[in-house]
Write a protein that binds this ligand. Sequence first.
Ligand code: B1M
Length: 221
Amino acid sequence: MTRDELLQQLYDFTLVGNGPEVLGLTRQGLDMGLGPETLLYEALIPSLEEVGARFERGDFFVPEMLIAGKAMAGALEILRPLLAETGVETIGKIVMGTVKGDVHDIGKNLVNIMFEGAGFEVIDLGVQVAPEKFVDAVREHRPDIVGFSAFLTTTMPMFKANINALQKAGIRDQVIVMVGGAPVTQEYADVVGADGYAADASAAVARAKELLQQRRAMAPA
Ligand code: B1M
């Protein structure tokens, strides 16, 4: 099988949610020498985008979305150690979670993997995380950054609720707030008062490093 044929098959089997084929092709792709980023950005993620487009058109329903998501999540588990392969020292701590009311976690998990790969310690609170749980985690773990993911226009307002909860607890200034997720924009991040936004996992790492550097440069010696 050629490289292009493998990527096409990986795309097609993800689209129909065939988990065993997706796992097999992911392993085969790695054996062929394809990088984990190639498998992700040239097959797995475009396939899920197409799943979303079909759902919007009414050609796919929730079960199709679910099995495609599961197939992708399986592949991500194989790619995780490769993406997070790192010898670098811990450069910061981040608490991450998908906001209350939202069960999407593939994007968040990918961001976590890239953060780990860049040397961050990641504390993952999972999905449907309520504001008080974020507050408790910030108090307990004292992270440099708290990251909120939201994937639905209806759950994006939880960013503001989370930030309000941090403010009410008197700890808003102790932590950098980053937000992201498919429908989120820089403008929205600004409106809710987040410190940073990124459109994808690699950009999230770059932005986090930037914000951390700024914060540390401003901190009293
Ligand atoms: Co859902 N869903 N879904 N879904 N689902 C979307 C998000 C949708 C865009 C599909 C569509 O209509 N085109 C749509 C949202 C529309 C909107 O609000 N604008 C949608 C909908 C409507 C729904 C339901 C409401 C459907 C229903 O029940 N009628 C329902 C909601 C359930 C709920 O949460 N309460 C629902 C359910 C589900 C499943 C459970 C079936 C499944 C989730 C499985 C899972 O995550 N474990 C699912 C899936 C698979 C999708 C799509 C198809 C794929 C999502 C995905 O994993 N993408 C999605 C369509 C799409 O996104 N095009 C869709 C791949 C992933 C790598 O990308 O998630 O964007 P992404 O993550 C990126 C960036 O966003 C960014 O980096 C990530 C990696 O590069 N990022 C950050 C993420 N977090 C970040 C944090 C940061 C910085 C960057 O800083 C802290």
